[in-house]
Design a protein around this ligand. Sequence first.
Ligand code: OOG
Ligand code: MG
Length: 254
Amino acid sequence: MIPHQQWAEALHQSARTQQPRNQFSKEHSYTLGDAYKIQHALIKERVAEGHAIVGVKMGFTSLAKMKQMGVEDMIIGQLTSDMRITTEAPLEHAQCIHPRAEPEIAFRLSQDIAGPLTTEELMEVVDGVAAAVEVIDSRYDNFKFSLEDVVADNCSSCGFALGPWCAVPLGLNGLDMVQTFDGNAVASGTSDAILDNPFEALAAATRLANQYDIPLKKGMVVLAGASTAAHFIGTTQKVEVAVDGLGCAQFNVV
Ligand code: OOG
Ligand code: MG
């Protein structure tokens, strides 16, 4: 029997004390179902601290990310209000273990979603698209994990910054995405790297959310997954992601 609650508390403690821990999978074998139960218990800890669930994030929707992390299946994690990075709430490096940033595209839901949707149905449920930066910060030593480990750890979620919301374009293909650290390009890719079309990542989010009982409500944000490998923030002070036609998301690190 896997102690879901105990493992969730351990991961929560690692995040709150910036102390990375061993991968659970080194000593125990557990299922993806267990991993999502641990993730739910971890999110409950966040909610108990007074934070709200404000969206979801997809992971491993690009080959670049799967290769970087050695993991081959799509995953879904949950975003909470304390993860939002803004001008007033910059990323605090001391609150992180070994943060990395990656270029993403975000969707905003215009209504509650009750079940899996096809790509064709998605236009109806989205009222904004934005450039985004995701900050990931694995709670495991050396950023190493199995598929189950990373799902339990809420898919390494740490923070996210959004650019201005744009009207939903008919297509999101072929958009250049460039991430800069202090003005220097560190990663560039295209939106096609995200499942050939970022709307596919949103369709996958509706499937996985339904499968694992994760809420998708009006106003929530869906991060489609990174188009390039992630980069360690290190001593970087300013992180920016520009997406062709969508503008920029940026934040300062303090
Ligand atoms: C897991 C999170 C993956 C993405 O965009 O593919 C992810 C990790 O790489 O630590 O957020
Ligand atoms: Mg990501």
